[in-house]
Design a protein around this ligand. Structure first.
Ligand SMILES: [Ca+2]
Ligand SMILES: [Ca+2]
Ligand SMILES: [Ca+2]
Ligand SMILES: [Zn+2]
Ligand SMILES: [Zn+2]
Length: 375
């Protein structure tokens, strides 16, 4: 490994590891709770549409448990909401017109999908490819009675998946994993996700850019996802494929140390993200990335006191396991070795010089380092 990235100063919160996968209804709707947007927009993407954010949607009325006109109205409302962002071009077409994605109703086991009825999912979206689909669970209560599922929001959310968006924990976001009737229009996190994938957003605070270390134009990587003062940033090859991933983590206590890894393609286009993984870094800590004696990637949060918390990247995934007995020779990418020979959880020696506020890495895998710039 040659000179790769320099670390940057940072830190964040603690606790919990959660992953949100199923698209499920809010378990205990808190009627009085205000869905206040997370002050730091969250970008989470599951992939990108090759042809851009343009989809022709058709709906299939077979087995539809609500009046057809209600289903049509929900799809039309979703089309209108996403189009109103100016970041997507959706259209509802007739089923015969070779749509890019179909929305249809199913029960229990259907095709090669995860069966409905075995968990709290009420809908799911197909692959980031054309043609794709949205399946809705016809066995659920979609009535407009209390307790009925909000069809408008579910369709809006699932179409967000078709566009490439993944789940976020921003309470205001349409792409929150739980449905809530009040999440009626795309929020900043939703827009930041689309803008990061496909462009279309003006430059703004919290954007992340890359430029060749040898100089050159700034190229936007992510929109709004990294407000200065609340975000740490680094580049690290999480999955050992020769391309560095961009890692962002929250440094403010309210962010609970959540970390997201962003993968980029050969043209430095955003390809997908992993996470956010809550509790990856510790508040008030400096975060360093390195490799342990067995060659495993490590993320180590080091407090001023020398106490540290280390996580190991396993098989290209975000670090799942917290090791508290670790830095026995974790070598950081800029040559420091973290040691705790007596395994008392305190580094034997605090590095004198570690890090600046910049990061660099080879995001597109062409052998040239990019400087990563946050504004
Ligand atoms: Ca990689
Ligand atoms: Ca020690
Ligand atoms: Ca490069
Ligand atoms: Zn979902
Ligand atoms: Zn299905």
């Amino acid at each position: 490994m040659t000179e790769r990235q320099r670390p940057i100063r940072s830190a964040g919160g603690a606790l919990l590891v959660c992953s949100l996968l199923a698209c499920a209804p809010e378990e205990a709707p808190a009627i009085d709770e205000t869905l206040v947007a997370d002050p730091v927009p969250q970008v989470a993407v599951r992939g990108r549409l090759e042809g851009g954010p343009r989809l022709r949607l058709a709906l299939d009325l077979e087995g539809c448990p609500v009046p057809p006109e209600r289903f049509v109205a929900s799809v039309d409302a979703a089309v209108e909401s996403w189009n109103a962002t100016g970041l997507a071009e959706l259209e509802r077409v007739t089923a015969e017109g070779e749509p890019d994605a179909r929305l249809s109703w199913h029960r229990g086991k259907h095709g090669a999908c995860m069966a409905f009825g075995h968990d709290s999912s009420v809908a799911h979206a197909g692959p980031l490819a054309i043609p794709s689909f949205v399946h809705l669970d016809a066995a659920r209560d979609w009535s407009e009675e209390p307790g009925g599922l909000p069809l408008d929001q579910v369709v809006l959310h699932e179409v967000g998946h078709l566009l490439g968006l993944d789940h976020v924990t921003d309470p205001a976001a349409v792409m929150h994993a739980n449905y809530d009737r009040r999440r009626a229009v795309p929020a900043t996190s939703d827009l930041a996700g689309l803008g990061s994938l496909y462009g279309g957003l003006e430059d703004g605070p919290g954007d992340v850019y890359a430029r060749l270390e040898s100089g050159g134009e700034l190229q936007p990587l992510l929109r709004r996802a990294a407000p200065v003062g609340q975000t740490g940033v680094a580049a690290w090859d999480v999955d050992h494929d020769g391309r560095d991933e961009l890692l962002l983590w929250r440094t403010d206590p309210a962010g609970h140390g959540r970390l997201t890894a962003f993968h980029f393609g050969r043209a430095m286009e955003l390809d997908r993200s992993e996470g956010p993984m809550v509790g990856c870094v510790v508040p008030g800590a400096r975060v360093v990335f390195g490799t342990d004696a067995e060659g495993q990637g490590m993320l180590v949060s080091v407090l001023e006191s020398g106490h540290y918390y280390a996580r190991r990247f396993t098989q290209g995934a975000l670090p799942e396991v917290l090791h508290e007995d670790l830095p026995l020779g974790v070598e950081t990418e800029w040559g420091l070795v973290l040691l705790d020979e007596d395994t008392d959880g305190v580094l034997d020696e605090m590095p004198a010089d570690w890090g600046t506020e910049t990061a660099s890495g080879d995001l597109d895998g062409d052998g040239e380092l990019e400087e990563i710039v946050v504004r």
